[in-house]
Write a protein that binds this ligand. Sequence first.
Ligand SMILES: [Mn+2]
Length: 289
Amino acid sequence: MTAAPGLAPIVCAIDDGYVEPLRTLMRSIAAAHGPAVGELRLVVLDQGLVPESAASIRRDAESLGLPVEIRPVPDADPGLPIGAWYSKAIYGRMSIPDVIEDEPRVLYLDVDVLVLADLRPLLVRDLGGHPIGAARDPICPLIGHGPGMPGWRALGLPRGRPYFNSGVMLLDLARIRGSRLFERAREFLAEHPDKVHFFDQDALNYAADGDWHRIESRWNTFAMSPRGPEYVHPCEDVNPLAGLIEDEKSAAVIHFAGRRKPWQEAYPASDLRDLYRRFQPSAQDAIRT
Ligand SMILES: [Mn+2]
């Protein structure tokens, strides 16, 4: 089935450790789109999948009716000066402008998300001439108000400038290539590894230099309610925790950002964990048998 014109493909990047989260995400995408799922396209950037993993993704794609293409990502050049800190895992998303040469725009999604609503309004969204469309980071919405870009002062960045989360990004690839945005992000990281906290996210914010289009928080809503009482919210003054928990009710994309992941045993028992588990392949296999 061919895609409707203008719908940007969805792009995820995984190595073999993230096959299960990707398959969970694929199930949530299918459930959120019903018969329209065939209009979407998913490009999986393969950072080292064993044949069985690729086969399981293709099998799911087929049974869900979601067109999927698996595309290998070349290994990071070990000769790059950035090799010391630049892990293979983040090379996936940083390689998108190089690896995807045949699409004008893509929607990048982390695989620690669930899709809960129709993505098509986002997939046709006009970026108003900006290279990136993204939501403000819920726990670091502004530079100097959260853990992102800890070296902002030394870098001469203005405190209070909006800061985006890189887990959901609409990318205008022609503009990104034209301004060398991702290359500049890599160069920044190579030069200032001591001034960052969220490596590639800080680097992309630095390289974008404020030139990005803000999308609504419903497209990248953090799972905040499962965080236990030990959680200390770093930006209560600009983005109160109660509001973020309220946002979960209207989320189109829920993002399990942070160290603990809902596919891990230790993830706190919560409504969002239960929701996540409903989409896991193991849960659905259990229902079928
Ligand atoms: Mn994430």
